[in-house]
Design a protein around this ligand. Structure first.
Ligand SMILES: [Zn+2]
Ligand SMILES: [Zn+2]
Length: 450
């Protein structure tokens, strides 16, 4: 095969790969980049005005963290705050989540709804759950719920969305909110970090309860302790990986440690299986498709110097961007595990998809980018590299034009990593976050008025 044919095939493959992992095609209606409506609105000033209130709310939520599906106090606090701002609230969406909209939307009679064409809405999403981590921070608003901590910044996301609600309510009160600005729905979701017994996290349950009905586009964000304050990360197409998790049970035959010939040692079987699994990434998939496979835990059902182990349990995760890798990794695990049958043992594999890859929509990412340009300037917008972390925001991306932004929240000279007991942010990021959420939703909606 000539080098030219090889090169051509390579180009076609690369194009196919990038199409597979980049966003859905642009919608027919583009957003004008000339003089965005949001440029005329005092978004930054209002974010500054409400900063103290946002910070206070963030600290209250931080002090009272609640685990996935247990966000009852947080839901009540957010609901009362949204009602105070004049929004109509529906609680208990996705179990312990809520949605909120401008009250006028809820008050429309059936007749008036029939007379007006139903306009699509834009959603603003925040997650509210905490993690099972014991906080080790020096500040005076540490978690008072022992062993539970907002170590992923969901307290900040909730505060940013509440700040966006404050900004929009103020614009409305001052007569500055364009008519289309009422077409915004807030989604405060539970359980981003965990799933229920059916394997569903908060995003899926919110959607099952209708949170996305009538929503054409959605914006969300995540604080990032490695990105300097004042910066925003945006990336069209794939941003975060899909996440699969699995449990393996290796089955042998127990026995006395002195007589291994009478048993089938599950520890030795597991050692062979672990080696075989390590070859999946290097030998069984294309090097052009990023993927990581981690075995995060291994334990024998017995632990003694003189017992042949009857069973060994292994748990792990796979992260990737191409949806086809879900089936490939699952089937290759089966193939690797077959080695234990050849050696006289057996295995069970429980494999499940937690989150699909997060693919940012081109049109909504453009709206967020134009808003970010107004707020922080082009020079403070970066394109993050692909991240192998995952987020259940990806489920919304499958159903609507969604964009997930990365919010710079670094404490100067210090990086407090996510999911650690010392995680923390520079709270000044709340201002940028709130203005970005409100502004992006307004900017997307403004295309209908241009
Ligand atoms: Zn997290
Ligand atoms: Zn998170």
């Amino acid at each position: 095969m000539s080098i030219l044919i090889l090169l051509e095939l390579w180009c076609i493959r690369t194009k196919l790969l990038s199409e597979r992992i980049t966003s859905k095609s642009m919608s027919s209606k583009k957003i004008s980049s000339e003089k965005p409506v949001i440029e005329k609105l005092p978004l930054k000033e209002l974010a500054e005005k409400h900063f103290a209130a946002m910070r206070e709310l963030r600290r209250t939520i931080h002090k009272n963290p609640e685990l996935s599906f247990g966000e009852n106090k947080t839901m009540a606090l957010v609901a009362s705050e949204m009602r105070r701002l004049g929004y109509a609230v529906k609680e208990g969406i996705g179990k312990t989540g809520l949605t909120a909209e401008f009250a006028e939307q809820e008050c429309q009679t059936e007749t008036s709804q029939r007379e007006k064409p139903i306009k699509s809405k834009v959603g603003i999403r925040a997650d509210m759950d905490a993690l099972p981590i014991t906080e080790d921070n020096p500040h005076d608003y540490c978690s008072t719920n022992s062993g539970v901590m907002h170590a992923c910044g969901h307290d900040a996301h909730t505060a940013c969305a509440l700040g966006a609600a404050m900004i929009l309510a103020d614009l409305n009160k001052d007569g500055l909110l364009p008519d289309f600005g009422k077409q915004i729905r807030f989604l405060f979701q539970p359980a981003e970090e965990s799933t229920n017994a059916d394997g569903k996290s908060g995003a899926s349950l919110m959607m099952e309860d209708g949170a996305l009905e009538g929503v054409e586009a959605l914006v969300g964000l995540h604080v990032f302790p490695n990105l300097p304050l004042g910066m925003i990360g945006l990336k069209e197409g794939a941003l975060l990986a899909a996440c699969d998790t699995f449990e393996i049970k290796i089955l042998g035959k127990g026995g006395h440690g002195a007589y291994p010939e009478d048993g089938i040692d599950a520890i030795v079987l597991a050692a062979q299986a672990v080696q075989a699994i390590q070859t999946i990434i290097s030998r069984r998939k294309s090097a052009l498709s990023p993927c990581v496979l981690t075995l995060g835990g291994i334990r024998s059902t017995t632990y003694a110097p003189n017992i042949i182990a009857e069973a060994v349990e292994i748990t792990g995760t796979a992260r990737y961007f191409e949806p086809a890798l879900h089936e490939l990794i699952r089937s290759e695990l089966e193939r690797a595990l077959a080695i234990v049958r050849a050696l006289g043992g057996d295995y069970q594999l429980f494999y499940k998809n937690e989150n699909p890859p997060l693919i940012n929509d081109a049109l909504m990412t453009d709206a967020v980018r134009q808003t970010a340009t107004v707020l922080v300037g082009k020079e403070n917008i970066i394109e993050p590299t692909l991240q192998l972390g995952s987020e259940d925001f990806s489920f919304y991306c499958q159903k609507t034009k969604a964009c997930f932004a990365v919010l710079g929240a670094q404490i100067e000279g210090d990086t407090r990593n996510l999911h650690t007991p010392r995680f923390d942010i520079d709270e000044a990021c709340l201002k940028t976050g709130a203005a970005l959420l409100a502004g992006s939703a307004l900017h997307f909606l403004s295309r209908d008025s241009q």
